[in-house]
Write a protein that binds this ligand. Structure first.
Ligand SMILES: Nc1ncnc2c1ncn2[C@@H]1O[C@H](COP(=O)(O)OP(=O)(O)O)[C@@H](O)[C@H]1O
Ligand SMILES: [Mg+2]
Length: 341
């Protein structure tokens, strides 16, 4: 049987939603390639485990960079692999409907690239052409913000992904103002790597850095101090080494990245029509995307903007859940249709 499918092709993670089933696949957007043959050797979770551990003949690629497809061929391969894995044989019968999320600043050429990758990743052409939805709109739908076309109530969504942060103000089912910065969760990982190298003479890889960020990372003082033992290579002895790191140590190294995110939000808040500003102060800002789970980021945002902030439950799945709701709700799909996508 053919299926209705939603795809959130993120910089860090690809989520696939199948109508009436929910999210059936959530895997890192990574492909490992054998450089001698040019052939992929692993995709998704299996490929991510190889990052930083590959022999010279294998390289790992993240085909989606800063929200856009940076490597078309690899992205298409990855999408086809995920679709087959998520939908099994049924993908052979084609899809009836396919919706993909894209960043708000995506160019027309990039839009076509995403559509082309989606089309060619199905063995049989879909019955209807794939459609695109702007990522923050999908996240806002996933977060169940008031979005019907007759709801003249402004709300703000911030989606912090791996490589980008998208900020949008939505009223009457459409984005009225939006902006984005190419800063996201991965930038905090880079700060962890730099901090460990500069302050503790310890070289660490990306996976370790992400783990430190999730377990002990922090951008705003917390009542509870957390710590983690970080393992890597001691730069002085050249031998394996480890250092215990405390969350309060990371506040300072994370500041610049957090400020860049906040500045983008302030830029969108500045210049809003006064009634919409009033709505946002009343309703608060909603944060989504895996990056919004960083400890203290919502408090930092609240302090800097003076507006209440909440992080939506299941933040990293908000976009995919929003696309999923569009698959089964005609009124929501009409919101997409009235947009530019
Ligand atoms: N609990 C957490 N604390 C801090 N960061 C997190 C947490 N969970 C996920 N992340 C970060 O969220 C980012 C991925 O978010 P996601 O919304 O999946 O991104 P994208 O849409 O770009 O693929 C990664 O940088 C990841 O490290
Ligand atoms: Mg995302």
């Amino acid at each position: 049987m053919a299926k209705d499918i939603g795809i959130d092709l993120g910089t860090s993670t690809t989520n696939i939603y199948v109508k009436d089933k929910g999210i059936v696949l959530s895997e890192p957007s990574v492909v490992a390639i054998n450089t001698n043959t040019g052939k992929p050797v692993a995709v998704g979770t299996a490929a991510e485990r190889m990052v930083g551990r590959t022999p010279p003949s294998i390289t790992t690629i993240r085909p989606v960079r800063k929200g856009a497809i940076a490597d078309f061929e690899t992205a298409e391969f990855m999408l086809r692999y995920f679709l087959t894995k998520a939908c099994g044989l049924s993908i052979k019968f084609g899809t009836t409907r396919m919706i993909l999320s894209v960043p708000t600043k995506i160019s027309e050429v990039e839009q076509l690239a995403v559509l082309e990758a989606a089309k060619s990743s199905c063995k049989k052409p879909a019955k209807a052409l794939p459609r695109l939805i702007e990522e923050p709109l999908a996240s806002a739908i996933g977060a169940e913000l008031p979005l019907s076309a007759d709801s003249a109530e402004g709300s703000m969504i911030i989606d912090i992904g791996g490589g980008t942060t998208e900020v949008a103000v939505i009223s009457m089912g459409s984005i009225i103002v939006c902006d984005s910065v190419t800063v996201g969760g991965e930038d905090f990982d880079t700060q962890v790597i730099n901090y460990m190298r500069n302050e503790h003479n310890l070289l660490i890889g990306e996976e370790t850095a992400e783990n430190v960020k999730i377990k002990a990372g922090c951008v705003f003082p917390q009542a509870q101090e957390r710590s983690i033992d970080v393992y890597g290579r001691d730069m002085i002895t050249g031998l394996p080494g480890n250092v215990r790191v405390f969350s309060s140590e990371l506040i300072d190294p994370f500041k610049d990245t957090a400020i860049q995110i906040v500045e983008c939000v302030k830029g969108v808040l500045d210049g809003l029509p006064p009634e919409i500003s009033a709505d946002i102060v009343r309703n608060g800002i909603t944060m989504a995307g895996g990056g919004s789970l960083l400890t203290g980021l919502s408090e930092f945002m609240r302090t800097e903007t003076n507006v209440p902030v909440k992080v939506v439950e299941g933040a990293q799945y908000a976009t995919a859940n929003g696309i999923g709701r569009c698959l089964s709700d005609l009124a929501l799909r009409q919101l997409i249709n009235s947009g530019r996508a």
